[in-house]
Design a protein around this ligand. Structure first.
Ligand code: SAH
Ligand code: SF4
Length: 413
């Protein structure tokens, strides 16, 4: 049984594992790690420093997957690299496009674990929803991922590989001398928009499978590459990490990753949140909201997003909406609320609130001066909603679901 702990509850594959042919996949490795590997492969210090910088740029900034395309590396050096290293991508098992333009991919790791990624194009932005784990140790009762056993954490390569793959598919690697927007771009608005070079993929949300703060190191290392000016060059303001409330890791997330924070609240009383998000029994609402108030860098320009899934007769009353407002006020949180219509799945215990109820809930929160938009369901025809990833074929009986929930609860202590 895997025991979720404060920091990193599950076994993580080593980031640097040679493949069966002995070559090492450079995907997900930092500049320093690539440099160290080159030194271990007998390049002298000066050459390792220069070559690692060039290779890092080609891999992450240009998106190349073969050493032959690295034109500023000598023709004799390229086969030397190809003999020792590869630049991988996640294997695509299935790719779907919804009638509304949403795309979903089922991906497979080298050890045959499946995980999913979704791209949601909007008029003013394109959001990629990526996974951090295969399955999840937590067991939120309304979440389909919660019904799966955690298989393992994704490596930095598998996390950053999702973004790289999306850029491949969307054809969004820079060509010629096309300039990237700087990673430090100084736009204080948190509304995404097409960048000057017309890219579709403008935003990333860690809202796919898994709890990112239970795979902290790998998520951090992957996001560092995504944000690096010579890497994928995405501003931290365009990245949002969603947590179910792993309180002990929130301050570190703010210090070491410092992307936008989303918190899956879903309930405003102990009773309801204990049921919906069992982690609440370990880290309660007050503790969670205190950690939110202390999250580095929050301001009216950079608010915390509270996700709130709308469940009929469970958490959707006027009283719930008023309580939500008073909690946000009590902790003086610069906050916005994302109301998510529940996306049903086979065997789920809940129903989605009626549209009228959701509207009423939203207007109560809005009237208190807090933005509370209702998230439009996207890609329903391909089961693409974030938080409902992984194929629907894995149906479990109610008894199995309860047993799994119980096991995970015991593990939480
Ligand atoms: N583990 C993290 C991130 C992944 S879940 C977290 O819980 O925050 C991403 C979001 O999708 C969460 O807010 C989650 O509560 C929501 N979600 C999960 N299942 C859902 C469903 N069936 N319908 C609507 N939203 C769901
Ligand atoms: Fe895990 Fe998030 Fe689903 Fe909860 S909502 S089970 S934390 S993926």
């Amino acid at each position: 049984m895997l025991i979720p702990g404060h920091i990193d509850p599950v076994v993580t594959p080593r980031a640097i594992t040679p493949r069966s042919d002995g070559r090492i996949d450079l995907m997900g490795l930092s500049h320093l790690q690539i440099r160290q590997l080159f030194e271990e492969s007998q390049l002298d210090e000066k050459a390792a420093k220069l070559r690692s910088k060039q290779v890092f740029h080609w891999i992450y900034h240009r998106g190349v997957t073969d050493f032959e395309s690295m034109t500023d590396i000598s023709k004799t050096m390229r086969p030397w690299l190809a003999d020792r290293f590869v630049i991988g991508r996640p294997e695509v098992v299935e790719a779907h496009v919804s009638s509304d333009g949403t795309r979903k991919w089922l991906l497979r790791t080298d050890d045959a674990q499946d995980y999913e990624m979704v791209f949601i194009p909007d008029a003013d932005r394109g959001t990629l929803c990526i996974s951090s784990q295969v399955g999840c140790t937590l067991n939120c009762r309304f979440c389909h991922t919660g019904t799966m056993r955690l298989v393992r954490n994704l490596t930095p390569g598998e996390i950053v590989g999702q973004v790289m793959l999306a850029r491949d598919v969307l054809g969004e690697w820079p060509k010629g001398n096309m300039a990237f927007a700087s990673a430090d771009e100084d736009d204080d608005d948190d509304v995404g928009h097409y960048t000057a070079d017309g890219r579709m993929l403008t935003n990333i949300v860690l809202m796919g499978m898994g709890e990112p703060l239970y795979n902290f190191d790998n998520v951090r290392d992957a996001m560092k590459i995504v944000m690096h000016g010579d890497g994928l060059g995405l501003s931290r303001r365009r990245i949002t990490l969603s947590t179910s409330g792993v309180v002990p890791m929130m301050a570190r997330a703010g210090e070491e990753i410092n992307v936008n924070l989303a918190v899956s609240l879903h309930g405003v009383t102990k009773e309801v949140r204990d049921e919906l998000v069992p982690l609440n029994r370990k880290y309660g609402i007050d503790e969670l909201l205190r950690a939110c108030a202390e999250y580095p860098g929050i301001s009216n320009a950079r608010r915390i997003t509270f996700e709130y899934v709308m469940l009929k007769d469970k958490n959707d009353s006027d009283e719930d909406a008023h309580q939500l407002v008073s909690l946000i006020r009590q902790y003086k949180l610069p906050a916005k609320v994302n109301l998510i219509p529940f996306n049903p799945w086979p065997g789920a215990d809940y129903e989605c609130s009626d549209p009228e109820r959701i509207k009423r809930f939203s207007s109560i929160v809005f009237e208190a001066g807090i933005s509370a938009p209702v998230r439009t369901p996207r890609g329903r025809d391909i089961m693409a909603a974030c938080g409902q990833l992984k194929s629907s074929s894995e149906k479990k009986s109610r008894a199995e679901l309860d047993r799994l929930a119980e096991e995970k609860q015991v593990a939480l202590g």
